[in-house]
Design a protein around this ligand. Structure first.
Ligand SMILES: [Zn+2]
Ligand SMILES: [Zn+2]
Length: 275
């Protein structure tokens, strides 16, 4: 891998809950997890069930595994894979976890709880890897070192959440999921996404479905296209697919935008994008 590589791999693209089965083999049934590799650096966006397969792959690579895990928010579909991330169990591996600060609990306590008796047999204290926890506020700018910075804005979503822009030199990608359009937060998001090479966006609903789900904290395919155009972004990946939407329906939706928007696609598990 060359130091200037910026490669994004999708390990989980499904919203709300995992949906394995014959109807989701093409687009995938795991919940959100996106791997970003910049040179030798590893950044993981969300820890849904997709992170388990990412973990298995990382263990096949030589040397200790080190990385930054950026969590958007703490709904189950975004953290449920953490206890099953195998690199956590080995000494020598190290990870920094980032998540939104809340008044009523700490990030450390929240992750601890998900792995405590009787939910999981191995408590956080017994993990081999060294883990660091950093609480952040929307609007913070993170410096991950090696020239990698991360911009953040607040999501419009029940229980909060954060959207991320990962920037390395002139290249960037934005990760915007569990985000309902049409609030006073829209301007900050537009500024975050301006000119990005890759916009990954919450496309849980279609515009036709949206009215009956207003307030659920999710956006639409059409709003994704609108933000992508307004932000002057490069590629658009529509993400966090509704669990009830099967492969056939997703392919039809994707087909309906292909002609007009060749740089817009639906996220699929296993999809790799090199910037
Ligand atoms: Zn979600
Ligand atoms: Zn959510």
């Amino acid at each position: 891998m060359s130091p200037n590589d910026f490669i994004i791999t999708f390990w989980g693209v499904r919203g709300s809950r995992p949906v394995p089965g014959p109807e989701t083999v093409i687009y995938g049934g795991n919940t959100p997890c996106v791997e970003v590799r910049i040179g030798k650096r590893l950044i993981v966006l969300d820890a849904g069930t997709g992170i388990a397969d990412l973990g298995a792959k990382l263990l096949q690579e030589p040397g200790p595994v080190c990385g930054d895990i950026l969590i958007t928010h703490y709904h189950w579909d975004h953290i449920q894979g953490l206890p099953f991330f195998q690199p956590f169990f080995s000494r020598g591996n190290s990870f920094s976890l980032y998540g939104e600060r809340h008044k009523s609990f700490s990030l450390l306590d929240l992750i601890k709880t998900t792995m405590q008796h009787p939910y999981f047999p191995v408590p956080l204290e017994k993990l081999g890897a060294s883990l660091h926890f950093t609480e952040i506020m929307p609007g913070d700018r993170l410096d991950l070192g090696d020239g990698i910075t991360v911009g953040t804005v607040a999501n419009h979503h029940p229980d909060g959440g954060i959207s991320y822009r990962i920037q390395y030199g002139a290249k960037s990608c934005c990760y915007v999921t569990d985000y309902e359009h049409g609030s006073e937060k829209a301007q900050a998001l537009l500024e975050l996404c301006a000119g990005t090479d890759l916009l990954i966006y919450d496309a849980h609903f279609t515009a036709a479905e949206y009215p009956q789900y207003q307030g659920w904290g999710h956006s639409t395919w059409e709003e994704g296209l609108a933000l992508w155009e307004a932000a002057g972004a490069g590629q658009l990946i529509l993400f966090h697919h509704k669990p009830e939407r099967n492969d056939e329906e997703l392919a039809a939706l994707e087909g309906s935008i292909n002609g007009q928007y060749p740089k817009a696609r639906a996220a699929r598990e296993g999809m790799v994008i090199s910037l």
